[in-house]
Every structure is written in C-alpha cells, then in structure tokens.
Design a protein around this ligand. Structure first.
Ligand SMILES: Nc1nc2c(ncn2[C@@H]2O[C@H](COP(=O)(O)OP(=O)(O)OP(=O)(O)O)[C@@H](O)[C@H]2O)c(=O)[nH]1
Ligand SMILES: [Mg+2]
Length: 360
C-alpha cells in the first residue's frame, strides 16, 4: 500500500489541526479514478476518529512526530477538558466539593502546553484524579452532563498512571480518544489496489464550520453522516440551549435535502454505541425525548428508536429522490467494529463493482 496524500483547505495553521498532514508525502497520482467520500456530522460526533481508523485500516501508522503531537494534545484534553468542564458546571449552579476547591485552583493555573518530550508534570497526577472523582463532578457528568464535560476524560482518567509515566507514549487507543475541533476541510487520498484512489474528506462539525461543507460536495460518491448517539442527553458545546440529538436530526434533514448531495449515497452512522450503552443505564431517554415508549435502560430499543427518528425524517425526501435509507451502529474507537462496518458500507456504495475502499 502506497503513501497517502493529504491536503488541507481553508484551515488556520494550528499545532493540532495540522496533524493529519504532517507525516504524509505529497505524491500526485495520475490515471487514477478518485472515489470521494465525505465525513459529515456535528462536532464531536466522531468524524476524525473514523478518519484515524481509516489510516490504521490502510496500514498507515502515525509518525513519531504525530505521536508526540498527540501526547501533548492528550495532556491538553485532560487538563483543559477537566477545568473548562468544571467552570461550565459552575455556571449551571454545581460546584466541586469544598475539599477539592484548592485543587481546582492549582489545575486552573497549570501550564497546558507541554514542550517536546516533556513528561506530564507529576505534581498534577493525583489532583486530576481527585477532581475527576469528585462526587459533584461525577453527578453532573452522569446526570445529563449539561456542562459538556468531555467524554474522553472518562477514558483518560482510567489511564492516569500510564499517562503520567515519564516515558509515556500514546498507543493507538489513546490517539483515537484525543479530540481537537477540526477546522476547514481535510482531504486525504488513500491509494487502493485497483486503479482507484479513495479520497476521504473530513470537515469541522461545529456550527461555524458547516458553511464550508458546500466546498467539498462536488464529485462526492457518498456521505458518511456521523451522529453521537450518546448525545441524546447533552447540550451542544457551542449552543447551550440546543440538545445534541435535536441538532443532529435537523442537520440530517438539511443534508438529505441538499441538492448538491442529491447524487451521493447517504449513509447514517449512529456512533458512540459504547457510551450510549453505559449512559442509558442511568439517563432515561424518556426524560429527554418524552415520545420514547420503549423500556428504560434497554440499549437495543434505544438505538432502534433513534434510528427510526432519522429514517422518518428522510423517508419522504428519499422516496421522491429514489434513494434508500442506510444506517449502521458504530463505535469509532473500536478498530474491529469500524473494519466490519466499513466493509459493509463498501458494499452499499459499490454494490456491483470491484472497488475495495475499505480493507476488511
Ligand atoms: N467512547 C467513544 N468515544 C468516541 C467515539 N467516537 C468518537 N469518540 C471520541 O469523541 C471525541 C470527538 O471525536 P472526533 O472524531 O474528534 O469528533 P469530530 O466529529 O471530528 O468533531 P469535530 O472535528 O469537532 O467536528 C474524541 O475524543 C473521540 O475519541 C466512540 O464511538 N466511542
Ligand atoms: Mg474532527
């Protein structure tokens, strides 16, 4: 498998946003047929995570430089995520316990930028651990998470001993859990064994980024529309009055109706099934979607309910356009799951050709 080529359009130069392009050599392929697939969906739904999985599936490991950048990003995700989550929590009237207030002040003032090869400062290890375990932080995180405490803190907090080891190097799972808000449009070309190139387009999903999507629609064969299934009880980071699932439903309708995407195969990926399954045990769907009539705490019934909501929105639009509704449940941080889903997606996009976009 040859090197992939990456092109970033319309994004400001930023330490972390440049990451996908850093290791890839710019090679121009000739006489090859591009198969363009767009990753669309709201911010935090999992688009870039799927993009990273595609690199792994196509055996394009992260370079040393990328791994170092991710190590620094993980430190930022942990310190900044915890601190900003807690300060948003304060605005909704919840505070860390009295005994942990001093720790919070220390973490608030800690330097978020690590230098190359600088270990995570050991003095913050237990402070971060204690703050994360604070009963009020846990209560807010588990009960609606109006404060939008980042979900990846749950993963990183279980790995703090490893993260604070002076020789810590992120593994693929650590990298898959890292989050940076994507800006602009990143086009990455994966050469396939046939005469085709897979051109995968990753975009930013926050509200201010969505107007840029129209610049990447031309020539697209398919759209993978990614939804955070676990967002049913959360508000948007950039709009604290809008429920994430309501936003995703509205965005799905807009995407289905978009004339510039009328010739694409639209595939819905209901993502973060792992978090959905955990969350549904304590956050009843009925409390957020009163028309849910299924049993409480049943992930299967919950998944089906949301799938039907998306299907109902597209039913008439697709009937008029003679398009079919396609939907998969995914956990983007699980490489095997993405491998299997992508093999199935490939069959949907190219039912009668030999194009092999996704290695299975
Ligand atoms: N547990 C879990 N975490 C996930 C899953 N998919 C994505 N994440 C995490 O969710 C966060 C956001 O994922 P991204 O892929 O960066 O989201 P995005 O859609 O690219 O977001 P923007 O770039 O802001 O539009 C990251 O911390 C990911 O690791 C999943 O299926 N399960
Ligand atoms: Mg992204």
């Amino acid at each position: 498998m040859g090197a992939c080529t990456s092109k970033i359009t319309g994004r400001p130069a930023g330490k972390y946003n440049e990451m996908p392009a850093q290791s890839e050599k710019s090679t121009k392929s000739t006489d090859r047929l591009p198969v363009k697939i767009l990753l669309l969906g709201a911010s935090g739904s999992g688009k870039t995570t799927i993009f990273k999985q595609m690199r792994l599936v196509h055996h394009m490991p992260f370079s040393r430089q990328e791994i170092e950048s991710y190590r620094q990003l993980i430190y930022l995700n942990v310190t900044d995520g915890l601190q900003s989550g807690i300060s948003r929590m304060n605005t909704t009237g919840f505070f860390v316990s009295e005994e942990n207030r001093e720790l919070l002040r220390v973490v608030e003032n800690c330097d978020r930028d690590l230098k190359d090869d600088q270990p995570f400062p050991s003095e913050y290890h237990h402070f971060i651990e204690w703050l994360w375990r604070d009963p009020n932080v846990q209560a807010v995180y588990r009960n609606g998470n109006e404060a939008g405490i980042p979900e990846n803190l749950s993963y990183y907090s279980q790995n703090l001993d490893r993260l604070f080891d002076p020789h810590f190097q992120p593994n693929n799972q650590d990298i898959l859990h890292a989050h940076v808000l994507s800006t602009g449009i990143t086009e990455t070309t994966f050469p396939l064994q046939t005469r085709h190139d897979l051109v995968l387009v990753d975009v930013g999903g926050s509200k201010s980024e969505r107007r840029k999507w129209r610049y990447c629609a031309e020539g697209a064969s398919a759209v993978l529309f990614v939804v955070n299934l676990a967002g049913y009880n959360q508000f948007m980071r950039e709009d604290e009055d809008t429920n994430q699932m309501e936003d995703a439903l509205a965005l799905w309708e807009k995407t289905c109706r978009d004339p510039s995407l009328a010739n694409t195969v639209l595939i819905l990926l209901l993502n973060k099934c792992d978090l959905f399954e955990e969350k549904i045990a304590y956050a009843d769907i009925k409390n957020f979607f009163p028309d849910y009539k299924g049993p409480s705490g049943d992930p299967e019934a919950g998944r089906k309910y949301f799938r039907n909501k998306f299907r109902d929105i597209s039913r008439e639009i697709f009937a008029a356009q003679k398009r079919n509704f396609h939907c998969h449940y995914t956990t983007a941080t699980n490489t095997m799951n993405i491998r299997l889903v992508m093999a199935s997606v490939q069959g949907t996009i190219f039912p009668s050709t030999t194009v092999t976009c996704f290695r299975s």
